[in-house]
Design a protein around this ligand. Sequence first.
Ligand code: F6P
Length: 511
Amino acid sequence: MRCDRTAAWAALQNHFEKVGHAFDLRQAFGADPGRFAGFSQEAPHLFADLSKNLVDARTEALLMDLARECGLEAQRDAMLAGAPINNTEQRAVKHWLLRTPPGAGADADLAQVHATLDAMLGYAEQVRGDAAITDVVNIGIGGSDLGPQMAVVALGAHAASGRRFHFVSNVDGHELDAVLRQVQPDRTLFLVASKTFTTLETMTNARSAKAWFEARGGRDIGRHFVALTTNVGAAREFGITTTFGFWDWVGGRYSMWSAIGLPLAIAIGADRFRELLAGAHAMDRHFATAPLERNLPVRLGLLDVWYRNFHRFTSRSIAPYHSALRRLPAYLQQLEMESNGKRVDRDGRPLGFGTSPVLWGEPGTNGQHAYFQMLHQGTDVVPVEFIAVREPAHALPGHHEQLLANALAQAQALMLGKADPGGHEDFPGNRPSTFFVLERLDPAALGALVALYEHRVFVSGALWGINSYDQWGVELGKVLAKDLAPRLASGDTAGLDPSTAGLLQRLSTGR
Ligand code: F6P
């Protein structure tokens, strides 16, 4: 069912044109003293305040109608039953199974999930006990980099000290070179992380790392190189004997719970990694069982549709008020934009409405001194997502109060604005935001937060009728780069468009 052809969509359009477009947060709070309680909710490991969003009870009710008319619950249940909902690749979508406890559920793959998890965590503990290994270098890109990197940074306070973690993703040799200058072959563990084990960047970096290792007298590839992949055969061919596998039903951007999480498991240990999985599983259960009206991923996904398709907002800003969450915006960019940045429906028919917004952001308070000017007084409305953590992981007096006060103040200022008619100090206000509160930034809370975003992306994708689990849009550039790479050496511009030809000549000859 195409969402834009439903009765609920027409009702939402009508509601938007009549009252929704002129909704005012200040008036809404004035008219409803219970608005904060009514539009906020507890979910596993976090609290979410949605009250500063441009919705009233009627809007939410109509959005729920849309969800029901589009068969959201049936679509969710199909994913959770292991149906091949990734229809262009004929694959199931089962990243949620990676955090399902043993014995819970009937999925036939659960036993091998736990066998692999146990082996991976056993290995992580072995590395943690090996004092000779001082540096872990993860070589991977996209989903094989962003998730583990984001989580290793986020959970740094829970990591054992004395071991350094490096993440090399870019084919730009400056990145690998800078890491290799800091490490010694006999003290370094290289993790080659790639679902396909074919990705150009990762293979180029892995080959260079191996050559560097051997050139510096490193002999025991078996001890110093490990592969995390679904393509165990290719890893063996590369010369890596220690491999931890996963399955084609885990999308790259949904894979931090699989063997791809090994760097995180080495950093925080097996028990804490299991806490991360348990936190995500708690959010999975919430998504699977909570009534739609109190189902946080559902409410957020519907809000995304409301903003993108009725208000026509084109971007959303992520503002984590915790410096350890500094890689979260980049992680969420891949999660949401690679999943829902699609212009055709599941059957390849062009859509007549907008899909994924642009996601962007920086930790607070830094963003305040960079682009918040635009959020407050620019011509576009950008919904902002604040993520605050109640308990700090440091004991420096005064800092955390200042940090939290700034998060609150920004959300307040966006909503309230300030009148200076005709003047430069006029803040229009009525700018929407969502505010998440985590008790502390621990593995369980991080797991729940990431799973919340995964399911929210599912919800908006399901309503739009798109396949959120393929990524054909990244292929064309890869094919063209393959053709251009040898031309940079040869200078051959035959058959190229004039701009590419001119640039190639400039880059290859300097003229
Ligand atoms: O090119 C995009 C992409 O396929 C992502 O979807 C994926 O996370 C990334 O490349 C890395 O792929 P792999 O893990 O197979 O190396």
